[in-house]
Design a protein around this ligand. Structure first.
Ligand code: GDP
Length: 366
């Protein structure tokens, strides 16, 4: 079949994979002007939809964006900041101003110090090689903080385009749809191909006569826990409501299992302390003795220790150990899963997480 390109975003049309760029149902091919499902939804329902692209495709478009003028809006999942940063984001940014959006603020407990979260996010951005102009913590589902974002963006962009970038699942579509619902009134949102012949899957949402908000495909980040999980397990792991902290009084030699997805051993501690766990309320936490922990995992993974459920277990990697000795109270963060606040200095913890999933320390945010 001869290649057909979407009249909206320029992506090559395919009829196989709904989650990928350029998908259109076979019936759409009979029309004279073919547009992909994503552009169709935007055109008729004023709503963007999620499509994915691999990191290597993303690298291809980096250089192109870097040569355009405009403002970059980088959306990350506040519950998984490291995991949801685009690794090569600095290449895309160039000299453009960057606004960092920490989405899903509604999931953090009310007692969270949001200023600390912002400071920490600024540091993470720096580690990824970008200097951000401003950081906003928002809930694009609830609308929290979104007016401030819209106001600031209008100021910063100085009439130029806005590029919205992010990994899959951070809530980029929800974020854009919120802005569209507030700002775009009764107009045909989509224009014809803004980047002719590029097959990039950029979608152009006009802001005024001369500038646009551009939705870029979501980047699939291999280090995210989400890619290891079946849809069902992902539902359990992804918090839907404000997280309720769970406190465990633990001695040296005790172990916590977070479902069967991760394990935390108190390897060395001079006395009993309260360890505060911040994970999806639906995830079961089991306490056991370190000496029994391996057996428990062998005998009960996928049953008592679940998720991982059956579908996830088909490709489940080994757990890999990370050891930390803390100089002060710190959060031990398991990317894409949550974190444990270790209360005292001098404690040594051994954290087991699936191979490839990042585990790190940060100053406590609560
Ligand atoms: P995208 O892949 O980045 O476009 O992400 P989506 O917009 O499809 O959102 C991914 C998931 O996160 C969906 O289940 C959304 O309902 C959820 N989500 C998006 N924004 C928020 C938010 O502000 N708060 C919460 N709790 N969930 C959100």
């Amino acid at each position: 079949m001869e290649a057909i390109y979407c009249q909206g975003c320029g992506a090559e049309i395919q009829t196989e994979d709904k989650s990928k760029i350029g998908y259109a149902p076979p019936t759409a091919l009979e029309r004279e002007e073919v547009i992909c499902k994503r552009c169709f939804r935007l055109k008729h329902y004023n709503e963007v939809q999620d499509v994915d692209m691999g990191a290597s495709d993303f690298l291809k478009i980096l250089d192109q964006i870097s040569s355009y003028e405009g403002t970059i809006v980088n959306v990350v999942d506040i519950f998984d900041v490291h995991g949801s940063f685009i690794p090569s984001i600095h290449r895309l940014v160039g000299n453009k101003p960057v606004i960092l959006i920490g989405n899903k603020v509604d999931l953090l407990p009310k007692s969270t110090n949001l200023n600390k979260v912002k400071q920490w996010m600024r540091k993470v951005a720096k580690d990824f090689g970008i200097q951000v102009q401003d950081i906003f913590l928002v809930s694009s589902v609830k609308g929290t903080g979104m007016n401030e974002v819209a106001f600031e963006l209008e100021k910063i962009r100085k009439g130029k385009d806005i590029y919205v970038v992010g990994c899959t699942n951070v809530g980029k579509s929800t974020f854009i749809n919120y802005l569209i619902s507030k700002n775009v009134e009764n107009q045909e949102v989509i224009t014809t191909s803004y980047f002719p012949g590029t097959t990039l899957g950029f979608i152009d949402i006009p802001l005024d006569e001369t500038s646009s908000m551009i939705d870029t495909p979501g980047v699939v980040n291999a280090h995210q826990m989400a890619h290891l999980l079946s849809d069902n397990d992902l539902k359990v792991v992804t918090p839907k409501k404000e997280i309720k902290p769970r406190v465990y009084q633990l001695n040296q030699g005790q172990t916590l299992y977070i479902g069967g997805l991760a394990r935390i051993d108190i390897d060395n501690a001079d006395e009993k302390h309260g360890y505060i766990c911040y994970f999806s309320n639906e995830l079961t936490i089991h306490r056991t003795k370190q000496e029994n922990a391996d057996r428990l995992y062998e005998d009960h993974l996928g049953e008592m220790l679940s998720p991982p459920g059956e579908n996830t277990l088909r490709n489940w990697p080994e757990l890999e150990a990370h050891t930390f000795t803390l100089n002060s109270s710190m959060d031990v963060v398991i990317s894409g899963l949550g974190w444990v606040k270790v209360p005292e200095k001098g404690v040594r913890v051994k954290v087991y997480a699936p191979k490839g999933v990042k585990v790190m320390l940060r100053d406590p945010i609560i």
